[in-house]
Ligand binder design. Structure first.
Ligand code: GLU
Length: 499
């Protein structure tokens, strides 16, 4: 692609990072950034590290930090260096690196790339208003740039505590050669001198991220497009500090199906919400990888192992990715169908417990029975949570007819004979296996002269209330002889009453 740089640095080691702010759970967008970084590191034999950007003291919490890290691990995204695992560039939590930011802010101050600013909220609001009134971009115009030491002393005497601002050269144009977006230019005139250290000694995001990415030797910054507008500020800081900037790759926004920015309105946005509904990590990872990246060819099913052999930034799209829940459901259904039944049963048990269908501890016999019940509905699930609705027929004794068609079928002439014949045959049977059930249904067909659907449909409806569902002989085996007989009787009685 013209204008796009080679994605691997010539001879350099790939070191990439995911740097979440622990102000909430891990969202789809964050998980995608983490995944793309992870895949890039794995593809090029590099290092993937995780750093916690907790400088927003009010909104950051350890609970969010743990939940983000746990969700990453659940997705199969591990890290070589960083929080929890350590490494040579630690600590990996920004609030534990404050000395480092202060040191570099001190350097910028000493070299006059930065200055103390004492403007109050009111001063700034007034400046903002007058700029807006003149139709100009609101920005800081540099009132404190030329304060001398006497002026500073006077303001400090008033009890004002300064922030540190970076001097933005207003005549500059910053060009960024983004690995996804190509050449992007920013005029500095609209930026204004921005704060790098707040008055409480905490760095701002733009400053801390530069100090950290440099001191952690990050080679590529792969992150969400919303940070593109921060990048010129960061590039100016790299220059002022005399550091080489990493390569940048800004991945596109994620939109909902209505093409507006993905938000809660479009459904669950947190990875944990999908985890709770019984989406599988392998499905989510596959889905996230395709949110903005595409392989060559038509294939859409990929494991993490396959993805890390294939991923490259040159196949990351510039255009926004669209979050398509139907596609996620389809992928998840695909992975659920491939699960060993034991694993699916394990995953289903908490849902069945919550629904009140089972109570722990589950005895070995009951577990084997559960496996049969779960396996009979495996192909219908697009997430594990749905198991509850599908296996409900095995747990309730009340059968209610669902839909108009069920009533129409049950009104057919052959129905009483079919149900009665089957019930009579059952009384002779000891254990009702799926194979025996199939035999019995066949015999009922022969004896009543009503083959195929004329037998299966009323029996299915009598047992489940529904016209569709798992294989009928399996349903019969799972319900067992007594329940089948009782439901046939109930259906016959219902039929009599209706007459
Ligand atoms: N802490 C920032 C965020 O969560 C990281 C941005 C970056 O990757 O530079 O959005």
């Amino acid at each position: 692609m013209p204008g796009i740089k080679q994605e691997t640095p010539a001879g350099g080691t790939v070191r990439v990072r995911f740097a979440p702010s622990p102000t909430g759970p891990l969202h789809i967008g964050g998980a995608r950034s983490a995944l793309f970084n992870w895949l890039f590191a794995r593809r090029y034999g590099g290092v993937f590290l995780v750093r916690i950007e907790d400088t927003d003291l009010e909104r950051s919490s350890k609970v969010s930090e743990h939940s983000i890290l746990d969700d990453l691990l659940w997705l199969g995204i591990d890290w070589d260096e960083g929080i929890r695992v350590g490494g040579a560039c630690g600590p990996y939590r920004q609030t534990e690196r404050l000395e480092l930011y202060r040191k570099h802010a001190g350097e910028l101050l000493a070299r006059r790339y930065a200055y103390y600013c004492y403007c109050s909220e009111e001063d700034l609001a007034a400046e903002r208003e007058s700029l807006l009134a003149r139709g100009e971009m609101p920005r800081y115009l540099g009132r404190c740039r030329s304060l001398d030491s006497a002026g500073r002393a006077r303001l400090e005497g008033e009890g004002r505590r300064p922030v540190v601002r970076f001097k933005v050269p207003s005549d500059r144009i910053v060009n960024i050669n983004d690995l996804v977006r190509g050449e992007v230019s920013f005029e500095c005139s609209g930026i204004g001198d921005f704060i790098i250290m707040k008055s409480d000694g905490i760095p701002t995001y733009n400053f801390a991220v530069v100090v950290d990415d440099h001191t952690m030797s990050i080679s590529h910054v792969i992150r969400a497009e919303e940070h593109l507008s921060n990048t010129p500020r960061q590039v100016l800081l790299y220059e002022a500090l005399g550091w080489l900037a990493p390569d940048f790759a800004h991945i596109s926004l994620i939109l909902g199906r209505d093409r507006s920015k993905m938000s809660k309105r479009h459904g669950a946005t947190a990875i944990g919400q999908y985890r709770e509904k019984g989406y599988l990590p392998e499905a989510l990872v596959n889905f996230l990888a395709l949110l903005g990246w595409s392989p060559e060819g038509e294939e859409e099913i990929f494991s993490l192992e396959q993805l890390k052999e294939m991923f490259s930034l040159d196949r990351v799209a510039k255009s926004p990715a669209v979050f398509d829940l139907d596609k996620l459901n389809w992928l998840n259904g695909h992975y659920i169908r491939r699960l060993p039944v034991e694993r699916l049963t394990e995953l289903a048990i908490p849902f069945l417990e919550r629904a009140g269908y089972i109570k722990p501890p589950v005895s070995p016999e009951r577990y084997n029975w559960l496996k049969l019940a779960v396996s009979s509905v495996q192909e219908y699930l697009s997430c594990v949570e749905e198991v509850v609705a599908h296996v409900g027929i095995y747990f309730t004794d009340e059968v209610t007819l669902e839909g108009e068609e069920a009533g129409i079928v049950m009104a057919q002439d052959q129905v009483p004979a079919v149900l009665t014949t089957l019930r009579d045959k059952l009384s002779g049977a000891c254990e009702l296996t799926a194979r025996l059930a199939r035999e019995l249904l066949k015999e009922v067909g022969k004896e009543t002269g009503a083959g195929g659907k004329k037998v299966f449909m009323p029996v299915r409806i009598a047992l489940t209330g529904r016209t569709h569902g798992p294989e009928l002989n399996q349903v019969m085996a799972i319900l067992g002889r007594e329940k089948v007989a009782a439901r046939l009787t109930a259906a016959l009685e219902r039929d009599n009453k209706d007459l």
